[in-house]
Design a protein. Structure first.
Length: 118
């Protein structure tokens, strides 16, 4: 299992800041480095790439130790075996993606977040 470092892009205007965070080329049984963005209550996650029987799960935590699978607005777990884009319902302190299973997996998880500037 490898920890995949994320890359981030920030865009700001006088009223809002938005971030795009990406975990590229996640392989078999990898986890993304956790990010802490408590000021961002609106999030969507996009998962693309070669799944090769892998499952990609998007998780959240408030303590950075205990992780729970997050859900979409319909209450479905964000746990995917094919490319998808979902809104994230829960507002947690930390988020990260994880992969399980698969052989030859190479997926990219991209998170869009926005928050109000103070």
């Amino acid at each position: 299992m490898a920890t995949i470092t994320n890359t981030a892009i920030t865009r700001t205007n006088p009223n809002m800041t938005a971030w795009v965070v990406s975990w590229p080329a996640m392989g078999n049984a990898d986890q993304g480095s956790a990010i802490e963005m408590p000021e961002c209550s609106e999030k969507s996650v996009q998962i693309t790439g070669t799944f090769a029987s892998a499952t990609v799960t998007f998780k959240g935590s408030n303590d950075g130790t205990n992780w729970t699978t997050l859900t979409d607005p319909q209450g479905n777990a964000i746990s995917k075996t094919a490319a998808d884009l979902e809104a994230v319902s829960e507002h947690t302190r930390y988020v990260r993606p994880e992969t399980t299973g698969g052989v030859g997996t190479s997926v990219t998880v991209t998170l869009f977040m926005k928050g109000q500037r103070f």
